[in-house]
Design a binder for this molecule. Structure first.
Ligand SMILES: NC(=O)c1ccc[n+]([C@@H]2O[C@H](COP(=O)([O-])OP(=O)(O)OC[C@H]3O[C@@H](n4cnc5c(N)ncnc54)[C@H](OP(=O)(O)O)[C@@H]3O)[C@@H](O)[C@H]2O)c1
Length: 309
C-alpha cells in the first residue's frame, strides 16, 4: 500500500520539489498550500497524477484550516505516514524598525502554526503504519538560522531557534509513541526556491533600499533619527555583502532538489537519526558549533562577531 506524506508549503521551492520527488516514487502526496488553485505547478502535477496527489488549502495564520486539511487527507488516503513541516517566511530588517505585528506573523507561520498542526496530526501519525509496520515520521525543515544568528535576520532567527527547540524536544517525547521526529536543516541560501522573491515585499524598506543600492531620501527625518537610519543602511549593505558568501549565489550552494533528496533519505533510513544538515560543509558557524573542536561560548560569539565586523 502506498504511504502518504502531507507537505506543508508546497507551491514553490523545497516543498514543491518534495511533492515532485515523493510523487515520482509512487507515494500518496497531500500538497497543502494557501491557494492550491493558483499554483500552475501543483495543478500540472495533479493533472498528471490525480489519484495520488491531493491538493488541500491550508493557511498557517488561520488554525481553522488545519483540521479540514488533515481530515481531507485521511478521507482520501486513510493514513498520514509523514508530516512535513516545510513552510516558512522571513521578515528581513533591523529589529528596531520592524513591528511587533510582523513578529507575531513571523512566529505564527514559522512556529505557532506548525506546532498546532503537529499537535492535530499526532493521533493520525500514531495510528498510521499498522499494515506496513513502517515508520511514522514528522520532518521539520529547519535552517542554519535555527543554529546561528545573523544580524538583520532577528525575527527569522527567533522563529527558527524556537522551531528547532520544539522539534528536538518532540524527537525525544514522541519516540515512545512510535513517531520518529527528524530535522532537515538547509544551511545557507538554497537555489531554486522563491524564498527571496516571496519575502522581499515584506522586508523592512530601509534594508531593501540598501540591498538594491538605491539612494534613500532621508532629508525629511530629524537629524538624530537620520543618523540612526543611516547607520542601519550602512549595516544593511555591509551585512548583506558578508552574507553573500552564504547565499544561494555562493559556489556550491545546494538546490531545493538536493534538500528534497535528503528528506527522502531521512524517510527511507528507517532509523532514529535526528539531524540532517544540507549545505553545511565549510560553513563557518556550523563548523564553530558542531565541528568537533571545543569551542567555549566566548570563542564562538567572537568568531561570529568577527564575521560581521
Ligand atoms: N531558501 C533558502 O535559502 C532556505 C534556507 C534555509 C532554510 N529554508 C527553509 O526552507 C523552507 C521552505 O522555504 P523555501 O526556501 O522553499 O521558500 P519558498 O519557495 O518561499 O517556499 C515557502 C513556502 O511556505 C509557504 N507559506 C508561506 N506563508 C505561508 C502561510 N501563511 N501559510 C501556509 N504556508 C505558507 C508557501 O507555500 P504556499 O504558497 O504553498 O502556501 C511557500 O511556498 C522554509 O521553512 C525556509 O525557512 C530556506
Amino acid at each position: 500500500m502506498p504511504r502518504t506524506i502531507f507537505v506543508v508549503g508546497s507551491s514553490s521551492g523545497i516543498g514543491l520539489e518534495i511533492v515532485r520527488l515523493f510523487s515520482s516514487k509512487g507515494w500518496n502526496v497531500v500538497a497543502a498550500s494557501r491557494n492550491p488553485s493558483a499554483s500552475e505547478e501543483l495543478q500540472a502535477l495533479q493533472s498528471q497524477n490525480a489519484a495520488r496527489l491531493l491538493l488541500v488549502a491550508l493557511e498557517l495564520t488561520d488554525q481553522d484550516t488545519f483540521a479540514p486539511a488533515l481530515e481531507a487527507a485521511i478521507r482520501t488516503y486513510s493514513t498520514i505516514d509523514v508530516l512535513l513541516n516545510n513552510a516558512g517566511i522571513n521578515f528581513l530588517g533591523a529589529f528596531e524598525l520592524l513591528s511587533q505585528e510582523q513578529l507575531r506573523k513571523q512566529l505564527e507561520v514559522n512556529f505557532f502554526g506548525p506546532a498546532q498542526l503537529t499537535r492535530l496530526a499526532i493521533p493520525y501519525l500514531r495510528s498510521s503504519p499498522t499494515e506496513t509496520r513502517e515508520q511514522s515520521l514528522i520532518i521539520s525543515i529547519g535552517s542554519g538560522s535555527g543554529h546561528f544568528a545573523i544580524p538583520l535576520f532577528s525575527y527569522y532567527t527567533a522563529s527558527k531557534f524556537a522551531f528547532e527547540g520544539l522539534t528536538e524536544a518532540l524527537h525525544h517525547e514522541l519516540a515512545p509513541q512510535g513517531i520518529v521526529v527528524k530535522n532537515v536543516v538547509p544551511v545557507g541560501g538554497i537555489k531554486g526556491t522563491k524564498f527571496g522573491a516571496n519575502n522581499l515585499p515584506e522586508a523592512e524598506p530601509l534594508l531593501v533600499s540598501s540591498l538594491m543600492g538605491q539612494q534613500l531620501d532621508l532629508s525629511g527625518e530629524e537629524p538624530d533619527r537620520r543618523k540612526v537610519l543611516e547607520k542601519y543602511v550602512a549595516e544593511g549593505a555591509r551585512t548583506m555583502g558578508k552574507t553573500m558568501t552564504l547565499s544561494d549565489q555562493a559556489e556550491g550552494a545546494k538546490s531545493a532538489a538536493d534538500v528534497a533528496a535528503v528528506v527522502w533519505e531521512a524517510v527511507e533510513a528507517g532509523d532514529g537519526s535526528f539531524r540532517y544538515f544540507v549545505g553545511a560543509e565549510g560553513n563557518p558557524f556550523v563548523e564553530a558549533r558542531y565541528g568537533g573542536a571545543v569551542w567555549n561560548d566566548e570563542k564562538y560569539m567572537n568568531k561570529t562577531r568577527q564575521f560581521f565586523a
